[in-house]
Design a protein around this ligand. Structure first.
Ligand code: ADP
Ligand code: MG
Length: 398
């Protein structure tokens, strides 16, 4: 994938829709309806979702498109143009296949059981969210599938319910232990806005992003194998931290309920590693709120400093960064036009997110990519975007 200017991005998105529509017609001889849901980048608030805290994701201008038409029978025919694979499932096949089709079938299963959406459909999909890079191609596929199945079944569900059902599909059918943030932002994103999400109550506020800043995502091009195991271990460490702290603070349910002062007060009761894990989560929650306030008051450099502090906390206290991520962040800090930069997503590889002054984006990309390539022998892919809209139906351009 190459970098692109917003106008070029819009043109390429329109091309994606057109080619998908043509491909669907060629295969099935009927006009499909097309639905889309975006990937996301988390601007700040990492590893806070499962601690019932705060995060601020934004939807990106990279999406999954689902072309769909009902079938007369109850079969689900699914094709991914990205993978060049087509698969057929009968209505009696209810067990996961342990591959990409589970994201679609999991959503169909959950929606069919709870809301009576149609079982039989022809589905052709394509996406330009990079797969497995931490930009949530999985949630974009799930939410696009959900709005598509609801659309052809004349069912309406509110966006929060769509997000929760898609999360359930990923947890129960795909078998991945994820929070609800990715599906929530794919369903609720607004152009030009970050979404300040309270992961406990699911209340949210849209926060306008300064128009002079572009979001630049840089891909380390690696994913260290320990990522999955470490993620589960961090979750367990947080749970253990809460159960120790509960002995002294009986009212708490999650790290979300603990202040930094309370943590310091009970520091001696916690093993040093658990103390640092808790300190990351608690300080990160506070940073998210301060980040939103900085953006609201147009304080770009204040927001940038909070991104950097988030990265340092993830590196030193939570220990989920790696050399490639640290290098991208320090190169970004030295590059022209940077307001702030940090790792984004679970860590151990994947991407960084930077906020860069519009006029400096090209220079920023060249400087960071060249130096990263010199050090690691691989060019990082870069995706530039502004915050985009959430899921919906794509109406046909005449
Ligand atoms: P991420 O969500 O960070 O991109 P995941 O591992 O959670 O990474 O999800 C990626 C998986 O989602 C892919 O390996 C694939 O199974 C599925 N997926 C996403 N988009 C598509 C697509 N366009 N076609 C087929 N499978 C897809
Ligand atoms: Mg995912």
């Amino acid at each position: 994938m190459t970098t692109s200017h917003p106008a070029a991005m819009a043109a390429s998105n329109a091309n994606a829709e057109r080619s998908l529509r043509e491909e669907f017609r060629r295969r099935f001889g009927v006009e499909p309806r097309i639905f889309r849901a975006p990937g996301r980048v988390n601007l700040i608030g990492e590893h806070t979702d499962y601690n019932q805290g705060y995060a601020m994701p934004a939807a990106i201008e990279f999406s999954t498109w689902v072309a769909i038409a009902p079938r007369d029978d109850a079969e689900l025919h699914i094709s991914s143009l990205n993978l060049g694979e087509e698969r057929i499932f009968g209505s009696d096949e209810t067990v996961p296949a342990h591959d990409w089709t589970d994201y679609v079938r999991g959503v169909a299963h959950v929606l069919g059981a709870g809301h009576g959406t149609r079982a039989g459909a022809n589905v052709v999909l394509w996406g330009n969210v990079p797969l497995g890079a931490g930009l949530s191609s999985s949630a974009s596929l799930e939410v696009a599938t959900a709005v598509a199945l609801l659309g052809i079944s004349d069912c309406e569900l509110d966006r929060e319910e769509i997000a929760l059902l898609c999360q359930r599909a990923e947890n129960e059918f795909v078998g991945a232990r994820c929070g609800v943030m990715d599906q929530f932002i794919a369903a609720h994103g607004e152009a030009g806005h970050g979404l300040l999400l309270d992961c406990r109550s699911l209340q949210y506020k849209l926060v306008p992003l300064p128009s002079e800043l572009t979001i630049v995502i840089a891909n380390t091009m690696i994913k260290h194998r320990i990522a999955g195991g470490e993620y589960n271990r961090r979750r367990a460490e947080c749970e253990e931290g809460v159960s120790i702290l509960q002995r002294f603070l009986p009212g708490i349910r999650a790290l979300r309920d603990v202040s930094l002062e309370q943590l310091e007060e009970h520091r001696a009761e916690l093993p040093p590693v658990l103390y640092r894990r808790c300190r990351h989560v608690i300080s990160e929650n506070a940073r998210v709120l301060r980040f939103a306030a900085a953006l609201r008051s147009g304080d770009c450099s204040g927001a940038g400093e909070l991104m950097l502090a988030s990265h340092e906390s993830l590196r030193n206290d939570y220990e989920v960064s790696c050399r490639e991520l640290d290098t991208l962040v320090s190169l970004a800090q030295k590059a022209p036009g940077t307001a702030g930069s940090r790792m984004t997503g679970g860590g151990f590889g994947g991407c960084t997110v930077s906020l860069v002054r519009n006029a400096k984006v090209a220079e920023f990309q060249d400087a960071v990519a060249e130096e990263y390539n010199r050090i690691f022998g691989v060019r990082p892919e870069m995706y530039t975007t502004h915050a985009a809209a959430g899921a919906g139906e794509v109406t046909r351009e005449e």
